[in-house]
Design a protein around this ligand. Structure first.
Ligand code: SF4
Ligand code: SF4
Length: 167
């Protein structure tokens, strides 16, 4: 059967598309229902359970105040399905400990481009030392230095301990 003019040019789908566009435009324009934001000046507030970039935590109060929560057990690295985390543990000096345990993480590296943000590392950690916050900006315009130097996407312990977040 020969298609009609409407079928031939898919006019029904075109009209449906235009209808949705016009409704959204009017809603945005007159009902104040803005669905876009002026990124990067404004940033989306993520849901509470959003799993964003990682941070290593310190104790903020109590007898261990200021010490690192990480005890270098490497359970996070064992749980990670993408081989992101490298932990090298060392013995604490009782006179000047880094953490409350016998050991601490001398090295804590994350090859963040491998990360699939599954959250298994945070689940595995017995001291809630590694947490995932709400930041989602990971992009950069180069991977490392001009001569292939420092890889910006390998996060070291110092980066993870001192990381500031929007909220
Ligand atoms: S979020 Fe998942 S993939 Fe990323 S470091 Fe943690 S366990 Fe590994
Ligand atoms: S972050 Fe948690 S699981 Fe990973 S090494 Fe430190 S204490 Fe262990």
């Amino acid at each position: 059967m020969k298609p009609s003019f409407v079928q031939k040019f898919n006019l029904l789908a075109v009209a449906q598309g235009l209808y949705i566009t016009i409704v959204q435009f009017l809603a945005n324009r007159f009902a104040g229902r803005v669905v876009t934001i002026s990124y990067p000046e404004k940033k989306l507030k993520m849901k509470e359970r959003f799993r964003g970039l990682h941070r290593l935590e310190r104790y903020e109060s109590g007898e261990h105040k200021g010490l690192e929560k990480c005890i270098g057990c490497a359970l996070c690295a064992s749980a990670c399905p993408a081989d992101v985390i490298t932990v090298v543990a060392g013995e604490n000096d009782p006179a000047d400990p880094h953490s409350p345990g016998e050991r601490y993480a001398v090295v804590y590296d994350m090859d963040i481009l491998r990360c699939i943000f599954c959250g298994m590392c945070t689940e595995a950690c017995p001291t809630e030392a590694i947490v995932m916050k709400h930041d989602y900006e990971l992009a950069d315009d180069e991977r490392g230095g001009p001569q292939g130097g420092v890889n910006k996407f390998i996060y070291h312990k110092e980066d993870l301990l001192g990381r500031e977040f929007y909220w």
